[in-house]
Design a protein around this ligand. Structure first.
Ligand code: ZN
Length: 83
């Protein structure tokens, strides 16, 4: 089985991890559960990465909209003053 904290492979039915002294190791935790746990962790990382990407796209979109609006406003003001 694997330590639920650090992922180190430890003997079956071990209560304490020799690497991190993790005391919450359950006897029933199998390598499959650890595998799913790691998948969930990497999925969380992926979600955070996707959130950051979505945020970046949103910011770029907002900046582009602001630039377009200001361009229209500036050209409108320019025409106002030129006329
Ligand atoms: Zn450990």
């Amino acid at each position: 089985m694997y330590c639920t904290n650090c992922g180190l492979q430890i003997p079956e039915n071990t209560q304490f991890c020799s690497n991190c002294d993790q005391k919450r190791i359950a006897a029933g935790v199998s390598s499959t559960n650890n595998y799913l746990f790691n998948i969930q962790k990497s999925k969380d990382k992926y979600d955070a990465y996707e959130d950051a990407k979505a945020f970046t796209y949103a910011m770029v979109g907002i900046i582009i909209i602001i630039v377009i609006v200001f361009t229209f406003l500036a050209s409108g003001l320019l025409e106002f003053f030129l006329n």
